[in-house]
Design a protein. Sequence first.
Length: 417
Amino acid sequence: MASPAAAAKAQPAQQKLPVWTWEGKTRTGEVKKGEMEASDEAAVQQRLRAMALQNVKIRKKPMQLKFKLPGFGGISQKDIVIFTRQFATMIDAGLPLVQCLDILATQLDNLAFREVLTRVKVKVESGSTLADALKEHPKVFDTLYVQLVAAGEIGGILDTILNRLAAYIEKNEKLKSKVKGAMVYPSIVLTVAIGVTVVLLLFVTPTFEKMFKDFGGAMPAPTQIVIDLSKFLQKYIVLMVGVTIVIAIAFRTWKKTPKGREQWDRITIQSPVFGTLIRKVAVARFTRTLGTMISSGVPILDALEVVAKSAGNAVVEKAIRYTKDKISEGKTIAQPLAETKVFPPMVVQMIGVGEATGAMDQMLTKIADFYDDEVDAAVSALTSMIEPVMMVFLGGIVGGFLVAMYLPIFSIAGAVK
């Protein structure tokens, strides 16, 4: 049987068909309404005749103009998790796919998500598979989601797959929030430190400088350094801001190139402070994603392709693709993973044991759970280390400025005495 990925590749890209709204009566007199994608009205009539409907009315759905404000109408991962769990419950209860999608779309408060589900429902109603319908909305349902749904449809275990997907997304989001939490505090303190420094040098220091000149006398060395910095900043502030913007744009452009992204990811994963945390996050994500896909019946090569795309780090992605190529040549997964030297030896050995015993999906889940705890510990240790360093840094800036500004005052007071 062809894999979901192979089947997806074999299908040509379909042109978007117009949507038709229809209404008709069954033989018992019950009124039915719905929407359907079709090339023309005749195709819609043909499908409705197959449904044994009478007094059919068909009209083309008009184009809708959409105006979206930035930051509004987004679909969060939490929305997708709730939808996935509810969808799994309905399918397990025996409801048809189209009815499930119709109920779920109707009860949604998120209009953007409701529109997406309505389009998915129309596509499924027109005869498409659920995976193909979801694939048309890659910004909402990524490759992993589509692949697992395809595997669930083929294996007849869609409800089980959807529950696994919901659990996977929840744990993946929890992992992301841990890493973001570790970065928020130092970012805020650094921003505050830069802002305080700029305000002191641009607005406070000139006032002190004028006062000191009125008194006359030589400035202490620390005070003179601060005054010189203030004059430099006042003179070149516009140039410095411009250069900073240019450097930021150049950096982002370089980082978007394949070579630049790989170089930057290699620097971050080998950095002394954040490198350990980034590596642990990469291992947790890799094992969790691969374990979920293998347990859902996705072939190992297709699973590795999806895992590589969702790795989030170019170095890890390169290692996974190398492993995939070696497996296609007939090697086991553990050997090429060890050759990449990206994954810790313990992880490689445990995957090797899981592969030898035929329980690799369970072993991968255990590794992912272990590294989730490791990420927790690493984030706590990093936060504990960064907090005092940042406080000393911020206190040193403000304290150093105050000392530099008050030294001349102490000198003047001594001279008066």
